[in-house]
Design a protein around this ligand. Structure first.
Ligand code: AKB
Length: 332
């Protein structure tokens, strides 16, 4: 049967296709809307449902199916998965590193209890499950330059601890129950039309906003703090690629992915090539600095490149140019 309106996305309204039926949790964060757009292009508008506990802005609401989903409410989740015949679940709900330290019990509930619900739902209904991990899943005793896929992981944030837990639980469910769990460790993600919230790498997005708004940027990390970073388009494409990869190409279930590594000073210098008037000062936030100092400086993603041909498109110059293009068009 034909789908006739945005609101009618329940299973009864769909004709069967070979396409996956995707649910994205935490859909109103930095990555969900962009991922929904990419997946809808590939699988059809009504096969991708964005969800969150917040009210969506009208452009998001009108661009495809949106539904209320509380990952802490198991029954609510199960109902959504069953009623919409979900086959893939992308689990983006999480509190990031800096905000997690300011609210440990909420971070523990969302990042750990929420994940348990997601794992059980996915195992119960035979879903393919994507859970992002992060450079934050490493800690001060991990090798930092470069950081391989498999090494010591003793993070010192609740965010990092919850992500190591997610990696291990997902892999456990894979081996124990056959859950099709797939996980990428994302670097800091830089995007123009969506904002991160509460992360340690947020400065690398904020600098563009402030450069255009006031021509001044105060950075909360030291100028020489080197961290792995990636432009959002590369991150979303990697996510789709690992989800589509044939299972027999995956020699592991949790992969590092990388594009570039830079410091605030290097990012500022690249931006100043085109905005020489930009003034950058530093006022270090001690919590964020301690977190950044315990994270990888360079990420070894050779397994992803070997197993499923991961390849990034954006290095620092292309990233800066793309962000500048967006903000200068937006400012007109
Ligand atoms: C954060 O800074 O907390 C996140 C991340 C690197 O996982 N952007």
């Amino acid at each position: 049967r034909q789908v006739t309106s945005d609101a009618s996305f329940h299973s009864a309204s769909f004709s069967d296709t070979d396409h996956p039926r995707v649910l994205i949790t935490g859909g109103l964060g930095q990555l969900g809307v962009g991922l929904a757009k990419l997946l809808r292009k590939r699988f059809g508008k009504y096969n991708v449902i964005l969800s969150d506990i917040r009210k969506p802005p009208s452009n998001v609401f009108h661009s495809g199916p949106f539904i209320y989903a509380d990952i802490l409410d198991y029954k609510n989740l199960r109902e959504i998965v069953v009623n919409n015949r979900i086959t893939w679940l992308v689990h983006y709900s999480a509190l990031l590193s800096a905000i997690g330290e300011a609210n440990v019990s909420l971070a523990r509930a969302v990042n750990i209890t929420g994940l348990h619900n997601i794992l059980d739902i996915a195992a119960e209904h035979g879903l393919r499950l994507f859970v992002p991990s992060t450079i934050g899943a490493f800690g001060p005793t991990s090798p930092r330059n470069p950081t391989p896929d498999v090494c010591v992981q003793r993070p010192r944030t609740i965010y990092g601890v919850s992500k190591v837990h997610a990696e291990l639980m997902g892999e456990y469910y894979h081996h124990r129950y056959g859950l099709d769990f797939r996980c990428l460790r994302y670097p800091g993600i830089i995007s123009a039309d969506s904002n991160p919230g509460g992360g340690t790498t947020d400065y690398a997005v904020q600098i563009f906003h402030d450069a255009f708004k006031s021509g001044k940027f105060e950075c909360n990390l030291k100028p020489d703090t080197r961290l792995p970073m990636m432009y959002i388009d590369d991150c979303l494409r990697a996510t789709l690629e690992v989800m589509e990869a044939p299972a027999d190409t995956l020699s592991m279930r949790t992969y590092n992915i990388n594009a570039m590594s830079f410091t605030p000073e290097e990012l500022a210098q690249e931006l100043q090539k085109q905005m020489p008037e930009l003034e950058v000062t530093y006022d270090v936030d001690l919590v964020r600095q301690a977190i950044a100092d315990s994270w990888p400086m360079n990420f070894d993603d050779s397994n992803a490149r070997k197993d499923w041909s991961w390849k990034h498109d954006y290095d620092l110059p292309e990233l800066v140019q793309t962000m500048l293009n967006y903000f200068s068009t937006d400012a007109c």
